[in-house]
Write a protein that binds this ligand. Structure first.
Ligand SMILES: NC(=O)c1ccc[n+]([C@@H]2O[C@H](COP(=O)([O-])OP(=O)(O)OC[C@H]3O[C@@H](n4cnc5c(N)ncnc54)[C@H](O)[C@@H]3O)[C@@H](O)[C@H]2O)c1
Length: 268
C-alpha cells in the first residue's frame, strides 16, 4: 500500500522512519510546508517521496496520515475524504469544533471512507469507548505537568499565575473538556480524544495540575459507569525532537498504521 504523511516533525518523521521496515507499505509520500525538512527525509529513507501537493497522488494512496497541525487537518482531512481516501488524524483537537466534526462525519459516510483517531498520548481509550456503550457516571482526566510544559498561557496570565514560580503541586484548572480545550490549547489532543471516545466535551471533566517535582506529562484517566471502574495512569516521556509531544503519541500513530494496513488487530 502507498500512504501519504502530512508533516515531518516529531510524529511524521518517526512514522516515515518506521515505514521503512513495514513490508506492506511500499511508498510513503511526504509533504510539509517546510520543503527542506521533507526533502531531507527523502534523501535518508528509501520509501519516502516528497510531494509539494497531494492532489495528484490522491488516486494512488490508501491512507492520509495527518501529523502536522490543526490548520493542516482542516485542509487535508476534507481533501482526502472527498477523494474517498481514509484518514488518520493526530491533531485531534481540531474535532472540538462541532461543525468541522459533523462535516467530517458526513463526508466520510458519503464517500465510504474512514476516519481514524489513535489513542495518542493516553492509555485506556479502548476500554473507555467500550464502556460508554452503557450508562456512565463520570469521566475525569487529571493531567499533571511540570511548570515548563505550560509555556505562555493566556488563561493563566489572566489569573496572575506564573507557572515558573510554582514551587508546590498546584491545581490550575477544573472544568469541562470544552473549557479545557479553550484555556489550555496545548493539552487539547488528549482531552479531545477522551471526550470523543467517552461522553463528549461537555460531560468530560478535566483537572490540570502543575507539579515542579514531576519530569513526565502524566495523564490519569478515571471513569465510572455500569461497566465498573477504570483507572489508568500514563506517564509520558517527551519526544526527543519535540518536547511538547509525548514519545508515546508517535508510537501510537505507528501502531495505528500497522493495524489499519495489516491483517491482525489487537485491541480493536
Ligand atoms: N493525538 C495526540 O495524542 C497528540 C500528541 C502529540 C501531538 N499531537 C499533534 O500532532 C501534530 C504533530 O505533532 P508533532 O509533535 O509531530 O509536531 P511538530 O511541530 O514536531 O511537526 C509538525 C510538522 O508539520 C508541519 N506543518 C504544520 N502545519 C502544516 C500545514 N498546514 N501544512 C503542511 N505542513 C504543516 C510543520 O512544518 C512541522 O514540520 C500536532 O498538531 C500535535 O498537536 C497529537
Amino acid at each position: 500500500m502507498k500512504i501519504c504523511v502530512i508533516g515531518c516533525g516529531a510524529i511524521g518523521a518517526a512514522i516515515a522512519r518506521e515505514m521503512e521496515h513495514l513490508s506492506n507499505i511500499d511508498t510513503v509520500y511526504l509533504t510539509d510546508r517546510s520543503q527542506e525538512c521533507a526533502t531531507r527525509l527523502q534523501q535518508k529513507l528509501a520509501k519516502v517521496s516528497y510531494v509539494p501537493d497531494i492532489v495528484p497522488i490522491l488516486n494512488d494512496i490508501g491512507l492520509v496520515v495527518e501529523a502536522a497541525s490543526q490548520d493542516a487537518a482542516r485542509y487535508y482531512v476534507p481533501l482526502a475524504l472527498s477523494a474517498g481516501v481514509d484518514v488518520l488524524i493526530m491533531s485531534v483537537g481540531v474535532l472540538h469544533d462541532e461543525e468541522f466534526q459533523a462535516d467530517t462525519h458526513r463526508l466520510a459516510k458519503r464517500k465510504g471512507a474512514k476516519v481514524h483517531v489513535p489513542s495518542g498520548a493516553v492509555g485506556g481509550i479502548d476500554a473507555l469507548s467500550a464502556a460508554r456503550l452503557d450508562e456512565m457516571d463520570e469521566v475525569l482526566l487529571t493531567t499533571t505537568k511540570p511548570p515548563s510544559a505550560f509555556g505562555k498561557n493566556q488563561y493563566l496570565a489572566s489569573k496572575g499565575v506564573v507557572p515558573s514560580e510554582i514551587r508546590v503541586r498546584t491545581e490550575l484548572f477544573e472544568g469541562s473538556a470544552r473549557e479545557a480545550v479553550k484555556h489550555f490549547p496545548q493539552n487539547i489532543n488528549v482531552a479531545a480524544t477522551i471526550a470523543l471516545a467517552g461522553i463528549g466535551f461537555d460531560k468530560t471533566k478535566i483537572r490540570i495540575v502543575c507539579d515542579p517535582q514531576v519530569k513526565t506529562n502524566e495523564h490519569h484517566l478515571q471513569a465510572r459507569g455500569r461497566f465498573g471502574e477504570l483507572d489508568v495512569v500514563t506517564r509520558n516521556v517527551p519526544s526527543p525532537r519535540n518536547p511538547k509531544t509525548s514519545y508515546l503519541a508517535a508510537m501510537s500513530a505507528i501502531s495505528a498504521i500497522k493495524k489499519i494496513t495489516g491483517s491482525f488487530w489487537i485491541g480493536a
